[in-house]
Design a protein around this ligand. Structure first.
Ligand code: ZN
Length: 134
């Protein structure tokens, strides 16, 4: 299943937790794994707390870790090397256990698509893999 997201900022965190939960519920797996994957080179997938100031902190920490326009080779052809490098730090996927039909997320955990070169149309692939208990 794909989740389509239209981002509206250059960088932003989009909470996709409810949409992933619906896909897991519809899949009907009791025990398994859910893989949430983004097929883009300038987005990331993370699990963390959805708190407004923390969302700002995450984006500003990425900005400090990989500043825009710091003499990157790729900027000579595409002007978004910082977006690719930030995406590499976050990674393109997360895997979350499914227990008793639900994502085993902690109380404060949400799933985010992180836009790093927006605004753009993005897609997130969500696959559910049922496990047989032994
Ligand atoms: Zn590029």
């Amino acid at each position: 299943m794909n989740i389509e997201v239209k981002t509206s900022q250059e960088t932003e965190l989009i909470d996709i937790t409810q949409r992933v939960k619906e896909i897991v519920r519809d899949a009907g797996a009791k025990d398994g794994l859910c893989v949430i994957y983004t097929p883009h080179t300038t987005t990331g997938i993370i699990v963390n707390e959805n708190e407004a100031r923390l969302r700002e902190d995450i984006l500003s920490a990425l900005d400090k870790a990989v500043p825009k326009g710091a003499g990157y080779q790729h900027d000579q052809i595409d002007h978004n090397a910082h977006s690719h490098l930030r995406a590499i730090l976050l990674g393109p996927s997360v895997t979350i256990p499914i227990e008793n039909g639900n994502l085993a997320l902690g109380t404060w955990q949400s799933i985010f698509l992180v836009e790093l070169d927006g605004p753009r149309k993005r897609s997130v692939h969500v696959s559910v893999h049922a496990l047989q208990r032994i």
